[in-house]
Design a protein around this ligand. Structure first.
Ligand SMILES: Nc1nc2c(ncn2[C@@H]2O[C@H](COP(=O)(O)OP(=O)(O)OP(=O)(O)O)[C@@H](O)[C@H]2O)c(=O)[nH]1
Length: 347
């Protein structure tokens, strides 16, 4: 009889934080702390609205004016948007949230309007506004920049896009997206969460395309996807791959997929990795419906903000304060010894 596993057992954490991301994060942080960037466009992929919040961005953004852009709305459950708006109103009342499908220019104009309003707000002090676009890999940053440019100044592509995560590898120059008032954008490399602590969250990020597939295990991703589809009561894979009925066994499904698409090895055995890749890619293209993988019930969101986001941010804040105090003490010692002139310059 068909039964779904009560829990998905997975203990490994998939972490992907290559050197270009660490460097990108450093430069993003420097530019943000200068006055060059006045708005931060923080893009999150909608089908993991909570797991994809990169607390590193939250931390370095500080009080900078920001717009949270949930992109790829064409691939996720639309009813989730209302829940997200409510939760931001409660936990982040100063942050604006916008839902876009950058690949078809949907709702992109709203972001240009926000930037234009900011430029007009203090036009005496500034003659233009610069918006930095940040987000995890593959969320659609470059696509959004191209879309804003096409809508705002009717010009073609400025940023390279690609289906693989990690296409943009360095912080680029500025791209003009509006003439009057002048609005510029800065594209940045996708920066992954430096250390994802929850194994299932890391699996979700990999499944939705944020981590290069060779770093994660495609068969495990496919297994998790199957388990979630079964949970949602979505058995469309049965007909698609001519199975006798639903299954909770990824091997049965991958065998069927391999035979159907001809993913076979030399001796005729099914190539499980290629079959898994086919299944996962189809999901990423929205071929299994529009599902959100995080728990976005009011309780789920509340738990995320109060038990995950806020404790991590306040812990990091406390660490920073402690570090600042230690530095001040050290400088004071050096000043007493006569090693420092004035506030903190050396003799
Ligand atoms: N379905 C859908 N696909 C999108 C959307 N926006 C972008 N994409 C696709 O997502 C993939 C990644 O887009 P990019 O714009 O290259 O993403 P990025 O965030 O710049 O990627 P990195 O260079 O890895 O940081 C591309 O295949 C885009 O066509 C969207 O709103 N909906």
């Amino acid at each position: 009889m068909f039964q779904i596993r009560p829990h998905f057992a997975y203990e490994k954490v998939i972490n992907w934080f290559p050197g270009h991301m660490a460097k990108g994060l450093r430069i993003i942080s420097e530019k943000l702390s200068s006055n060059v960037v006045r708005i931060l466009n923080y893009i999150i992929i909608i089908y993991i609205p909570l797991s994809a919040i990169n607390l590193k961005f939250e931390e370095i953004a500080g009080a900078k004016d920001r717009v949270i852009v949930y992109n790829k709305t064409d691939l996720a459950d639309e009813s989730v948007q209302e829940q997200i708006i409510k939760s931001f109103a409660k936990y982040r009342p100063n942050q604006r949230v916008i839902f876009t499908s950058a690949n078809v220019d949907k709702n992109v104009k709203s972001i240009i309007k926000i930037a234009a309003a900011k430029a007009k707000e203090d036009s005496i002090q500034y003659s233009y506004v610069t918006v930095m676009v940040v987000g995890m890999p593959n969320v659609g940053k470059s696509t959004l920049i191209n879309s804003m440019r096409s809508i705002g100044v009717h010009k073609g592509k400025a940023a390279r896009t690609g289906a693989l995560p990690g296409v943009t590898r360095s912080v680029a120059g500025t791209v003009k997206v509006l003439e009057n008032p002048s609005v510029y954008l800065i594209d940045t490399p996708g920066v992954m969460i430096p250390h994802i602590s929850d194994p299932i969250n890391s699996l979700k990020v990999a499944l939705t395309g944020g981590i290069r597939d060779h770093v994660a295990d495609l068969e495990v991703m496919a297994d998790y996807l199957l388990w979630r589809l079964n949970q949602f009561g979505n058995f469309s894979y049965v007909e698609k791959f001519k199975l006798p009925g639903p299954t909770d066994d990824i091997n049965i499904l991958l065998q069927a997929i391999g035979k159907r698409i001809g993913a076979l090895q030399k001796g005729g055995a099914v190539d499980l990795n290629n079959s898994a890749m086919f299944f996962v890619k189809q999901y990423r293209q929205g071929k299994y419906g529009r599902y959100t993988l995080d728990d976005v019930s009011p309780e789920g969101i509340e738990a995320h903000f109060t038990q995950v986001v806020d404790p991590v941010l306040s812990k990091n804040q406390a660490k920073k304060l402690e570090w600042a105090k230690k530095t001040e003490k050290r400088l004071e010692r050096w000043r007493k010894k006569g090693l420092l002139k004035g506030k903190n310059s050396f003799n």
